[in-house]
Write a protein that binds this ligand. Structure first.
Ligand code: ATP
Ligand code: MG
Length: 344
């Protein structure tokens, strides 16, 4: 069995450059350089899509769109070790979640900062148990495939730690059921980073850029026109220091722009910083960022328009069949451990 690298992106809205840079690109770099040595699972966690309210009439198209985004971003779907699938097509995700639910403490979920942040933005009657519970579904997503490497942005650290906790708890009680994914610092090491990436909202750079942001004014979506994205970049919040300096803590707005510039132009951060630090025109920096963002969007959208649905659907079906079998085996072990099936 090859070690598994796994990631998913919720299909609740169009994806952003934060999702692209923080989750899609690192995963695709892995798929390109390591498929052969590793198994790469990139999936659409469609069951996670409506933990917060969405327009359900759009969901089917959103799911297919996100899958096309993976391909447009460069996922090598012709490789045998690369699997793309829709979570809800593999019923083991739901079934294992229920089992894990019954071994998860209420207090444990109640400590999740994502739940606190997301529920704070909803009316009380719209806060669903699904939103409360989704880290357990996420744990099932990972544990069903014995994934060791799960590249997540900084916002998902707590959920990955929970996955390790619940896997260890089940293993302690029932014997070796699940592979425990690597601890977060080891994940960063594997992906060649010293920490998780956090692209900031352009209007409110103390917050992360989020696809479900209410206004979307500080969010660059992958489907934004270059003109719309340029407007957003040009009106990004900066600071009153009047001199460019990379300092995420004290100057998150400017530093976020420098970060986007480095990532999208594929240059080392310190090289970009050295070029800009000490300059006094924030407008010039914004123009440079708007330019790389526009070029990126134009290229990306052209690649997206060229994705072949037939090839994608054939790959999906083959992957889903293969993953039903893998996930089914892990589920059976768990069912057997808790006494729902005869001993294996
Ligand atoms: P939502 O607001 O709906 O939660 P999101 O933008 O946070 O949307 P998710 O589907 O929750 O997106 O996350 C998908 C992946 O993208 C995760 O691995 C997450 O860590 C990563 N990610 C999300 N936002 C950012 C960001 N601003 N910077 C870097 N990575 C990010
Ligand atoms: Mg999120």
């Amino acid at each position: 069995m090859k070690p598994v690298i796994l990631t998913g992106l919720r299909a609740n809205n169009d994806l952003t450059i934060g999702n692209y840079l923080g989750a899609i690109l690192p995963m695709i770099d892995m798929a390109k350089s390591k498929a052969g040595e590793y198994q790469v699972n990139m999936f659409v966690p469609d069951l996670h899509s409506f933990t917060t309210p969405i327009d359900h009439a759009q969901l089917q198209e959103q799911i297919m769109h996100n899958l096309r985004v993976f391909v447009a971003a460069g996922l090598p779907i012709d490789h045998d070790d690369v699997y793309v699938y829709r979570q809800s097509y593999i019923s083991a995700h739901s079934e294992l979640t229920w089992i894990l639910d019954c071994f998860t403490g209420f207090g444990e979920m109640n400590r999740m900062t994502q739940f606190k942040d997301k529920s704070a933005k909803l009316n009380e009657d719209r806060i669903s148990i699904g939103l409360f519970n989704y880290p357990v579904l996420m744990a099932a997503d990972i544990l069903l495939y014995n994934a060791s490497y799960v590249p997540v942005g900084d916002d998902q650290t707590q959920h990955l730690e929970f996955t390790r906790d619940i896997a260890t708890r089940m293993n302690n009680q029932f014997g070796e059921l699940f592979a425990v994914p690597l601890a977060v610092p080891k994940q960063h090491e594997f992906f060649g980073k010293d920490q998780g990436l956090r692209v900031r909202d352009l209007m409110e750079p103390t917050k992360k850029m989020s696809k479900s942001d209410e206004t979307g004014k500080g969010v660059v979506f992958l489907s934004d026109t270059p003109e719309a994205a340029t407007k957003k970049v040009m009106s990004a919040t900066t600071d009153s220091f009047g001199e460019v300096k990379f300092d995420m803590k004290e100057r998150p707005g400017i530093s976020n722009l420098l970060q986007i510039l480095a990532l999208l132009s594929n240059r080392p951060q310190n090289e970009v910083n050295a070029e800009w630090e000490g300059k006094t025109s924030y407008g010039d920096l914004k123009k440079a960022v708007a330019e790389v963002v526009s070029t990126f969007l134009t290229d990306f959208q052209a690649r997206l328009a060229g994705v072949d649905d037939q090839t994608l659907l054939a790959k999906l079906e083959a992957s889903e069949t293969a993953m039903q079998s893998v996930a089914g085996q892990t589920l059976y072990k768990a069912q057997s451990a808790v006494g729902l099936r005869p001993k294996v």
